[in-house]
Design a protein around this ligand. Structure first.
Ligand code: COA
Ligand code: MG
Length: 279
């Protein structure tokens, strides 16, 4: 059995906009996140659900996810009812604070995969190891800076050097480690400045080299750069295959040399990861 590689690009689309939905469906995103939360005002949430219910059937194309409103919000019941009528492959849970939130949602949704956004409240930063639960339907974890900065009373998320401020770097790194610890996909957060392609490319490549395997997008124009950054290059693949082949050829070896470089167990694990992400 071959397992599908995880989505590289996860494109948000406000679910009350038929025009944006049409554009998103035509994009090359690996996953679409139809948003019922922050990008849709209260008055439009019912209309947004109707739009999602009436989406035409499809075959192939991006995987469909729906971002519901937070647990405890008055919208949750209606959001979850939608799952019975729309063809969604998973739920994006915003403002998650711990693994208990995922379990609480799963009590109502069964085995439907959950992608939790795990750094949007102040308290959430202290619960990141709690997502580790073999029985949970958690499939991915991502981090959010916008809600976190609002929650913390910050005026921005960047320092004077233009880099993410320490608090957001911390949230980002903890999310990466927490997702890996939980055995789910680590997904990097949004790059909000959708008119800065160089900045996006830099950030996406940095995320991929650190271990994220996908990234949230907010604009169709961001999809191609994200897909490229999270697709192993021919060069990386060839090297990874060489590492795996070398260990297969010499099963008793703990350490080998390839092209004058030491390779041992961590390199084998990296190589297997690269091969799993190949397209
Ligand atoms: N999905 C699908 N289509 C989108 C889109 C998205 N996320 N973002 C923009 N588009 C469409 C626009 O409607 C526009 O269509 P048109 O050419 O038919 O007019 C086209 O792409 C170009 O958009 P552009 O003019 O560059 O941007 P904009 O000013 O219309 O929209 C945002 C900017 C930020 C409002 C928009 O990108 C957006 O809604 N993003 C998603 C926001 C979201 O879901 N946030 C929640 C998670 S953080
Ligand atoms: Mg938000």
């Amino acid at each position: 059995m071959t397992v599908a590689p995880p989505p590289r690009s996860w494109l948000f689309v406000p679910a009350d906009s038929e025009k944006k939905i049409a554009k998103a469906l035509a994009s090359e995103a690996d996953a679409l996140i139809f948003d019922l939360e922050d990008s849709v005002v209260s008055d439009r949430k019912a209309a947004a659900r109707e739009i999602l219910k009436n989406l035409p059937a499809r075959s192939g194309g991006p995987r469909w996810w729906v971002r519901i409103n937070p647990l405890g919000s008055g919208e949750l019941k209606a959001d979850l009812k939608l799952l019975a009528s729309a063809d969604m492959c998973g739920i994006v849970l915003p403002k998650a604070e711990s693994g208990a939130d995922v379990i609480q949602l799963a009590h109502r949704t069964g085995n439907v995969p959950i992608h939790a956004i795990v750094t949007e409240t102040a308290a959430s930063l202290f619960g990141l190891l709690s997502y580790r639960d073999a029985k949970s339907p958690l499939a991915a974890m991502s981090w959010g800076a916008e809600d976190l900065s609002a929650a913390l009373g910050a005026s921005g998320k960047y320092g004077s050097d233009g880099e993410l401020a320490f608090t957001y770097k911390l949230a980002r790194s903890l999310t990466l480690a927490a997702a890996v610890a939980a055995g789910v996909q680590p997904v990097d957060g949004v790059f909000a400045d959708f008119r800065d392609p160089e900045g996006l490319e830099r950030e996406a490549r940095a995320g991929a080299s650190e271990g994220f395997t996908g990234k949230l997008a907010i604009h169709p124009g961001q999809v191609a750069a994200i897909n490229a950054a999270f697709t192993p290059s021919e060069f990386e693949l060839a090297h990874a295959r060489a590492v795996v082949a070398a260990f297969e050829a010499d099963p008793a070896a703990g350490v080998l040399s390839i092209a004058g470089r030491m390779v041992d167990r961590p390199h084998l694990i990296q190589a297997q990861g690269v091969i799993a992400r190949a397209r």
